[in-house]
Ligand binder design. Structure first.
Ligand code: DQA
Length: 140
């Protein structure tokens, strides 16, 4: 089984970025644990701060992998281009957020991409990614 994790803008700063909201672990440290826990799953990881690069990556892998776990960061709330991209792919996409966006500012309550995704997981800290992986596994 092959899963692609894609993180959007500012998620390269996990560990130091607003630790009260996003925790103090880097994504690389979390990924090591996730890969060890799911040694039977090939987990690829990509991060970019650039909207078009996220789209390029999704188009590159989105016809082959068993699922894409996408944390689009702030582009979640703005990007019609990401929504269109998700709709064009064959692989299912799960939208994830580390924080519970519904407990935060109102502009974070609206997602431009949820309607094109298989499902949404938010508010469980880094564990949101593992829960998304389980959801993809369970759907197979
Ligand atoms: C986030 C929530 C977004 O609103 C925010 O812009 C992020 C991170 C999360 O994982 O909780 O960058 O996607």
């Amino acid at each position: 089984m092959k899963i692609q994790i894609i993180n959007g803008p500012n998620l390269n700063l996990l560990g130091t970025r607003e630790p009260g909201i996003y925790g103090s672990s880097t994504f690389e440290d979390y990924l090591k644990k996730l890969r060890a826990q799911y040694s039977d799953v090939e987990i690829d990881y990509y991060q970019s701060n650039i909207e078009g690069c996220l789209i390029d990556k999704m188009q590159e892998v989105g016809f082959d992998v068993d699922g894409i776990i996408l944390n689009a960061g702030a582009y979640t709330h703005t990007s019609v281009a990401l929504q269109d991209c998700i709709r064009s792919l064959k692989s299912p996409v799960i939208e994830v957020h580390i924080s519970n966006v519904h407990k935060r500012e109102e502009f974070r309550h609206k997602s431009m991409i949820s309607c094109a995704c298989m499902g949404v997981i938010c508010g469980f800290g880094m564990d949101s990614y593992r829960l998304a992986l389980e959801a993809i596994k369970g759907s197979k």
